[in-house]
Design a protein around this ligand. Sequence first.
Ligand code: NCD
Ligand code: ZN
Length: 346
Amino acid sequence: MTTKLTITKPDDWHLHLRDGDALNTTVAFSARQFQRAIVMPNLAQPIINTELALAYRQRILHASPSGSSFQPLMTLYLTDNTSANDIQQASLCEHIYAAKLYPAGATTNSSNGVTDINKLTDVLHAMQKHRLPLLVHAEVTDSDIDIFDREQVFIDRHLSFIRRQFPELRIVLEHATTQQAIAFVNAHDNTAATLTPQHLLLNRNDLLAGGIRPHNYCLPILKRESHRQALLQAATSGNPKFFLGTDSAPHTMQAKETACGCAGCFTAHAAIELYAEVFESENALDKLEAFSSFYGADFYQLPRNKEKITLVKTLWQAPASFPMNDQALIPFRQDIALQWAVQASD
Ligand code: NCD
Ligand code: ZN
């Protein structure tokens, strides 16, 4: 049995760090294990242009632990008003790596997102031309579409069309949750997906059976077990189209444990450890390094990291909560012991 595993330092290709005081909590968790992270732009005031992205990057760096080499890779938030010029400007900036499509109303802080995807033609054309990858929150928002079907319907109605129209555009289907998403990614060139720890570890029973568990509530919502099996297969298959993106999404306990709670699981306190648990459960620890540290960098056409980290098999319990914004932040699966730990570097 493997009890110690040294891998190239991983990157997180989908991360929410929030802003302001919260950065003093969030950044260190990711910097501890990840060399780079694609930072999501869905702040209360979304990151809609290069200037805002650069200022946000400075705030993140300012909140990074001293001596840390953590690199935030910034993204742009697409709105109805994003122009081809905004895209060109972003593509010329060495710190911006992608633009994110949130259908308006799909998730946390998406009210300024795109209301009509058919009107994005000029923007997507510019992204293809300037080689800026498109990151997609692939869910429709129509109230008549069942929440468990929203990813599949988005793929059928929108993503297939975008894929056909812009064959050279690199697209990441973020936090894939269904077998249909996996099949779509497999079927198309220049198409990849991030996979989260929560969607690899849990199914919708973990959200709803035996009591409602707000800390397992995220979007896209957890699906049934057959979909989780498809995700596990994709993650551990050695297929470079699938790579690590935690979607760690901190909300305070007060915002989650309430009558209408926020979507998002905070996993950054133990992200690579949770993935190690997933891969071990599938007898695929030998596939963890490429999934966590190679395939994402390759897709983004960035160099692979040089540094290493070591994971050791050991049981440990995450704290009941962490302080954030003078409130409590509850870590994902806090009640279950973690099986792997990152060895402290000396
Ligand atoms: C994310 C957040 O809180 O910002 N929430 C989530 O449930 N995943 C937004 C997102 O990625 O959908
Ligand atoms: Zn997210």
